[in-house]
Design a protein around this ligand. Structure first.
Ligand SMILES: Cc1cc2nc3c(=O)[nH]c(=O)nc-3n(C[C@H](O)[C@H](O)[C@H](O)COP(=O)(O)O)c2cc1C
Length: 334
């Protein structure tokens, strides 16, 4: 019953069946390593444009390379030219990434206009050419991020099934599938029945679900109900690394710890800020961290006042002082 114990991504074995999703603008080194500290066994980078990865200056920057303390970690790439995608995959593996994830899911209009991301769900031949080129170029696991079609038409469904069937013939190691169509973007509820249908049709494939994973107990129930191999945590992990601790406790049958009190929230926010500022200059880092503060503050009983106060902080010292003001208390360790 390997499935019940963990998750197999090609030659990578995770001891629990969940990990942190790719989240543009969020899932950088700081967020990934914080998730890891809370028990997340694997994480994906933000999506990287394959064409950009090919420029030597890009991978020379530390922020695009994996940190020494975050293995295993996967890099996600976006593009429509097989040779460019293959070169990017090779360069990323040479830079130290342990897995490659191909993005055929992004619904952003500028991505779709260029025929990349989710637009490729209507081009099975191109998807397979990309997969073959990447598969032949790297020895590590190759994952594919899909949505359940470009839309709900019969043609889109047919394209989706063709991609899944042929990708398995060409050695994809796992699918991460968001249970919405490209046209649906983030509207409505994720369709986990559609994801269960993929696993039912291809029981030997590794099928990892994505969509609306916010509550640990509900996520574990969903996994058991659908028979999928695993799930990824996306929005539910922003400003909430505790979700991995809680998921791990549930999965391992241990009692769930109480939610973090204000003192613990303070410690983790400061730690996250510190990790961010190790990678960015102060001004850039503070502006970037602001998004996370908005999410962290959701747990605070005086959320509105906290947001107003923290959003105005411009320097590290001001952010730290703001956090100290609103989150004062005795520290309890995670
Ligand atoms: C802000 C944001 C950025 C995202 N960036 C990416 C990305 O770079 N690559 C990707 O495959 N999916 C991306 N996604 C999709 C998520 O990985 C995930 O599939 C989706 O949010 C559904 O999961 P959730 O409902 O649990 O958030 C992004 C989602 C959000 C909200």
């Amino acid at each position: 019953m390997e499935r019940l114990l963990g998750l197999k991504l090609g030659n990578l074995r995770l001891d629990v069946p969940f990990f942190q999703a790719s989240l543009s603008g969020y899932s950088d080194y700081a967020m990934r390593t914080l998730a890891r500290r809370f028990g997340c066994p694997f994480a994906l980078t933000d999506v990287m444009l394959a064409k950009s990865v090919a420029h030597p200056q890009v991978l020379a920057k530390a922020c695009f390379r994996p940190g020494p303390d975050e293995h295993p970690v996967g890099a996600q790439i976006l593009g429509k030219t097989p040779a460019t995608m293959a070169k990017a995959a090779r360069d990323l593996v040479a830079a130290g990434y342990d897995a490659i994830d191909l993005n055929f899911a992004c619904p952003a209009p500028k991505v779709l206009r260029r025929g990349r991301g989710g637009a490729l769900l209507n081009c099975p031949d191109t998807v397979i050419e990309i997969l073959k080129a990447v598969r032949d170029s790297v020895p590590c696991p190759v994952l594919m991020k899909l949505r359940i079609g470009t839309n709900r038409t019969a043609q889109a469904q047919e394209n989706f099934w063709e991609i899944v069937t042929r990708s398995l013939e060409h050695g994809v190691d796992a699918f991460v599938i968001h249970g919405r169509t490209v046209a649906e973007r983030f509207r409505g509820k994720a369709d986990w029945d559609a994801l269960a249908a993929v696993k039912a049709r291809f029981p030997h494939a590794t099928v990892i679900g994505s969509g609306d994973i916010f509550d640990p107990a509900a996520a574990v129930e969903l996994l058991k109900r659908t028979g999928l191999d695993g799930f990824v945590v996306a929005r539910g992990a922003i400003g909430n690394p505790w979700i991995f601790r809680d998921l791990r406790c549930l999965w391992e049958g241990r009692p769930m710890p109480p939610p973090p009190d204000l003192a613990e929230q303070r410690l983790i926010m400061l730690e996250h800020l510190d990790r961010v500022l190790q990678g960015y200059p102060e001004k850039v880092g503070i502006s970037y961290f602001r998004k996370f503060m908005m999410y962290y503050s959701r747990r605070h009983p005086q959320r509105k006042q906290v947001v107003v106060s923290l959003i105005g902080a411009k320097t590290r010292a001001e952010v730290e002082a703001g956090i100290d003001t609103w989150y004062n208390g005795e520290a309890r360790h995670a």
